[in-house]
Ligand binder design. Sequence first.
Ligand SMILES: Nc1ncnc2c1ncn2[C@@H]1O[C@H](COP(=O)(O)OP(=O)(O)OP(=O)(O)O)[C@@H](O)[C@H]1O
Ligand SMILES: [Mg+2]
Length: 345
Amino acid sequence: MTQAPAAGGRPATTLAGPSESLADFFRNHPERRYIMFGGKGGLGKTTFSAATGYWLARQGKRVLVFSVDPQASLSDIFQADIFGKGPVKVMDNLWAQEIDADRHIREYQDEVRAKILDMYGLDKVPEEIEDYIAAASAEPAMEESAIFDSVVDILSEGEYDYYIYDLVPLGHALYYLSMAKVYDEWIGKITHLREEMREYEEVAARMRREKEVAEDQILGELQYIRQRINAASRILTDRERTAFFFVLIPEQMILLDTARAAGMFARFDVPIAGYIVNRVLPDSLQDQDIPTYLRNRMEMQRGQLAQIDRDFGDSVLARVPELERDVTGLEMIERVAALMYGNGA
Ligand SMILES: Nc1ncnc2c1ncn2[C@@H]1O[C@H](COP(=O)(O)OP(=O)(O)OP(=O)(O)O)[C@@H](O)[C@H]1O
Ligand SMILES: [Mg+2]
């Protein structure tokens, strides 16, 4: 374990040993099979998820890279139509999957509707209840719950050696972790909605007859959701099997945000493996005839890279250069993998 004094003075303990490279990390911690790349929007999470999947697959591991991001960014990077299609094989040993969360929510709504119809022997869901279903499933917790469900389903299949979870930007991932709290608030709101619902006399009269059954069913549903949420956050915070990598770039604001987020993640007990610095302007540019603005940017990056060394030191597992184009397609992914993990084995 390395103590990295994060900017702001708060030490964030990481799993990386002294001078461990990213490749060493995977070799030294074979039990860590749930891999996540976190960071602010657009810094390289999807790129590194894909490149890590590629590298592990080339080592002979069976790997699934998956995301719940509606942006379908895995489809972009692998240049394949993956969204909502289950695990799609992109090369030997490597599968990619993009979950269609909206579809899961719709399926869930349909399920609730069917249950209500069944429970009350109705042909058609009364409008008030339709509103209630719509309101309940518009809750952020509902969306998260649908996502959690799919994530738990994927992870509990146990078919792969590695699961790489291509995360949404940081703020959202943090939100994910504070789910228990959000969930409690959600129950509060639902209870309130249920009370309001009773005001609709006509519906209430119909329901009174089977009130107890209805309450038990809904409560059962809530308890089920709570279990799923707990199962998903247990994986995210699994001390033995999870490794969470922070992606950052050499810019002051990003450094500050990363240090702050690392502190918060540590408080939620997320096992932080280490940091990966992306988009480093290559030193070789220095000797070339380059425009002043680029020279200035390099100077600025040098300052930030020195700061990163002071703040994160040995916890920085890789530095990846700025490339001349976006990373899409297996050839570019291979190149990034070589830059992250080295060309050997
Ligand atoms: N080292 C690099 N050199 C050049 N382009 C890069 C590099 N790393 C990432 N990119 C490009 O930057 C863009 C953002 O990267 P990526 O999609 O991996 O970020 P992200 O963190 O997953 O974003 P989001 O938060 O939106 O999910 C992509 O177009 C990607 O190809
Ligand atoms: Mg992404």
